[in-house]
Design a binder for this molecule. Structure first.
Ligand SMILES: [Zn+2]
Length: 269
């Protein structure tokens, strides 16, 4: 049987070789495609990893930038607070400067520190203001201050007060408001004391003394967040007849406290 009969002219040995070559080439192309795809895949992975790292880096930078901004604003806030505190801490005799500066006119003439009239102990808290009279008619504020001052040498008594109001209405400050005075035995540690000079036998104050006392009490209640009921007579703590006139005229004492309230209203203290 002649094979040629069944063989189409295309199927020659040459054709077979060409087919083989073509197949080889086809396989090579396929391999190259696969390799290309693999390379692309690897490239894509590397790109993806870079992209993720980049994104992470950017977000971390953004986060740290915002954290920095936050820290900065906190720092700024802290500084502002610290400045405010510093401003608040600018104290005079234990009081904020603006509060202190609203005080009525007085002459500062502090006693020499000594254990009989100016022990220098800290006055931490002020709960009451005590009003006294000097029990020595016709003596001036300066004379009474001098009596307090002499105690450092005479050692006669432990006695003093933060303020003395003269019968002409002058106010002397003998002890800073952040130190204790020796005026009300059991209450020296948490009160301020005011001595008042007088001329009249009944112990009543001159109008000048009275007016200065009202102004000083109004400012003190404002400065220490107290009200009129926190103003006491020495008599209210210990029973001593001091200030004499107001122990014998309780109605006048009530009026005095009302006058302090009116004064505070008038000056919006
Ligand atoms: Zn007294």
């Amino acid at each position: 049987m002649d094979r040629r009969i069944y063989q189409t002219p295309e199927y020659t040995q040459e054709d077979d070789d060409r087919t083989l070559r073509m197949r080889r080439e086809e396989r090579a192309r396929r391999r190259r495609r696969v390799v290309r795809r693999q390379r692309m895949a690897v490239g894509l992975w590397i790109f993806a990893v870079f992209a993720v790292l980049l994104a992470l880096g950017i977000s971390r930078n953004a986060a740290s930038a915002s954290a920095e901004r936050e820290a900065d604003s906190l720092k700024k806030g802290y500084l502002e607070d610290a400045l405010k505190t510093l401003k608040q801490e600018s104290l005079v005799q234990g009081l904020p400067e603006s509060v202190y500066n609203a005080h009525p006119a007085w002459t500062e003439d502090f006693l020499t520190p000594n254990e009989y009239s100016r022990p220098g102990d800290k006055l931490e808290e002020i709960k009451n203001i005590f009003v006294h009279y000097t029990a020595n008619p016709g003596t001036s504020a300066a004379q009474n201050r001098s009596y307090f001052e002499q105690q450092k040498d005479t050692h006669e008594r432990s006695v003093s007060a933060h303020f003395i109001i003269g019968y002409d209405g002058e106010i002397l400050q003998c002890i800073p408001l952040d130190e204790i005075a020796y005026a009300v035995m059991t209450r020296n540690m948490d009160s301020v004391s005011i001595e008042c000079c007088y001329k009249a036998e009944d112990g009543s104050f001159t109008q000048e003394t009275y007016d200065s006392l009202i102004r000083l009490l109004s400012w003190l209640t404002y400065a220490y967040g107290l009200d009129e009921e926190d103003i006491l007579r020495h008599y209210d703590c210990g029973g001593k007849k001091c200030p004499l006139y107001y122990t014998e005229h309780p109605d006048a004492w009530e009026r005095l406290k009302e006058d302090v309230a009116k004064q505070s209203e008038k000056t919006s203290l």
